[in-house]
Design a protein around this ligand. Structure first.
Ligand code: PEP
Length: 248
């Protein structure tokens, strides 16, 4: 039985004041969250503060990206060891905004995934197709190629210590959610692809859905057989909206 994980991706949002309010608000509602794991991914600079605020609340902390290098002359980068040092358990890799706005390639994402695991962080590996790729029937090919980059660099066994987030790009921040059936179809494809290599890893790996998930659509998405939680953008920025998903 896989545990459900709800992870908030705060992106480039927040201030010391608003983030304190947000973490306290989520922490206050954690008693109503039954059996699900909950994580938040603040901007880098707020991670130490959030780690302190979240200590003892049951809220885990993650980052939104990580360097593929360990240390050295890489201006602007933050390593997996640094993230671990300030209390991170998770790190998102390959988010579609990194891929589209910062030209991150499948191979770059795979290198970040490996760097994260090397330090004991759990990567949340994002995969997903563009609207035109879905419309041309290419969804499975795109997702398979994104997964293959990680499988060939890290091996299928690495997925036993990772989370996958299926995030159709057309659903991110658009208010246009995939239907439970559309999402389940891709989740089942992902699990089936992994099962062809290692059935026990496929049974274990958590596959989250991301893309305009909110308190109104979460329950039916989370009820699908292969949907093991959510990666939440917009709705993770207020305690009520986020907790509505955590308690769905
Ligand atoms: C995301 O960016 O990972 C995401 C799922 O965003 P939203 O929930 O706002 O669509």
């Amino acid at each position: 039985m896989r545990q459900t994980l709800v992870a908030g991706n705060w992106k480039l949002n927040g201030s010391k004041e608003s983030i304190q309010t947000l973490v306290k608000g989520i922490a206050d509602g954690m008693s109503g969250v039954d059996g699900k794991a909950v994580a938040v991914c603040p901007p880098y600079v707020y991670i130490p503060m959030v780690s302190e605020l979240a200590a003892g609340t049951g809220i885990a902390v993650g980052a939104q990206d990580v360097a593929d290098q360990e240390s050295g002359a890489f201006t602007g980068e933050v390593s997996a060891a640094m993230l671990k040092d300030v209390g991170c358990q998770y790190v998102i890799v390959g988010h579609s905004e990194r891929r589209s706005l910062y030209c991150e390639k499948d191979e770059d994402t795979a290198a970040k995934y490996v760097a994260a695991q090397k330090e004991g962080l759990t990567p949340i590996l994002c995969v997903g197709e563009l609207l035109e790729e879905r419309e041309s029937g290419d969804t499975e090919n795109v997702v398979a190629k994104q997964l293959d980059a990680v499988l060939s660099l890290a091996g299928v066994e690495s997925l036993a210590n990772a989370v996958i987030a299926y995030e159709p790009v057309w659903a991110i921040g658009t208010g246009k959610t995939a239907t439970p059936e559309q999402a389940q179809e891709v989740h089942a494809f992902i699990r089936g692809k992994i099962a062809a290599l290692d059935a026990s890893v496929a049974e274990k790996v958590q596959i989250l859905y991301g893309g305009s998930m909110n308190g109104s659509n979460a329950a039916e998405l989370l009820a699908m057989e292969d949907i093991d939680g959510g990666l939440i953008g917009g709705a993770s920025l207020t305690p009520d909206a986020f907790l509505a998903i955590c308690t769905a």
